[in-house]
Design a protein around this ligand. Sequence first.
Ligand SMILES: Cc1ncc(COP(=O)(O)O)c(C=O)c1O
Length: 362
Amino acid sequence: MMGKRIHNFNAGPAALPLPVLEEIQQEFLDYKGSGMSITEVSHRSKWFDDIINEAITRTKRLLNIGDDFQVLFIQGGASLQFCMVPMNLSLTGKPVEYVNTGTWSTKAIKEAQIQGKNVQVIASSEDKYFSYIPTAYDIDENAAYLHFTSNNTIKGTQWAEFPEAGKVPLVCDMSSDFMSRPFDAGPFGLIYAGAQKNIGPAGAAMVIIRNDMLERVPQDIPTMLKYTTFSDKNSMFNTPPCFIIYTVNLVLKWIEETIGGLENMAEINREKAKFLYGFIDQSGFYRGTAAEDSRSLMNVTFRLPDEVLEAKFVEAALKEGLGGLKGHRSVGGCRASIYNATGVEAVKELVNFMKAFEMREG
Ligand SMILES: Cc1ncc(COP(=O)(O)O)c(C=O)c1O
């Protein structure tokens, strides 16, 4: 017997669309007449080949990109990309540039520094505890790339518009807002996203790389750390994370066929965030922590008057079927992650609970 499902506000691994989970459940023991679960079929079979190719086609269609980009699946999460990006895309005699907007950017910068690259941090919001997205920076037109984090999962900030870097390719960690809104992929040399927030379970990152970036990949780095190893073999040089790719494909199908694409997805995400921030702003009890013009539509971070109340809030919410509202352990407070699969209804229930809690405890 299935227990009651909660409204899931986890930051990652995070909610998946219910129809996707149901489809997985329904075909789990016998995938399309194979007599096997998808976790049992060979990655060299036609069944799996169709899945990975469909996932790639859907990604390209959703992002409106053509054959000048490759879509790859690489294990090691977004964190391995912090290392692979400078290893593969830096160029002798040219700096690699970074904008530091929080924990994840800091980690990306560290991985480039470990490799002895010429790292230039051209802007940072560390002076105000990473509560905003910097707007003033100068980009060196000689840079090999400019790296930034489009959505800062921990502090709840997000680039509303991406930096303009002219001919310098943008490289972006989109882990926590990938597939939440449409954007122009043209200026990007590489985009990566850990799957476990908006597009699937944990276990792989999706990497979208422009063909000209593949020409930069050095010969003398380990095979499994080269982007070309993945692009040459359709992400199947070795056994890929099959179940993750299968689930990602179903999530992308849900975005395309049920939601109707990224414009609609973005509209729903805007509506959810507006509703929640609107409530927080009129309350004297809850306080948003991100600068208003830098607020994330994905991770809504807020505080209550004190930490005792925050702990009580998280616990009481869970009793009401609202889970995952504790802030990241490094910053405390509360956080509601409202990714694609957390619907308008869930946000409305959260706001109702927040109102009742404020009445009781405020
Ligand atoms: C923006 C961002 N980048 C990178 C990571 C690290 O991802 P992974 O755990 O897949 O290495 C996270 C994880 O929460 C994240 O939110």
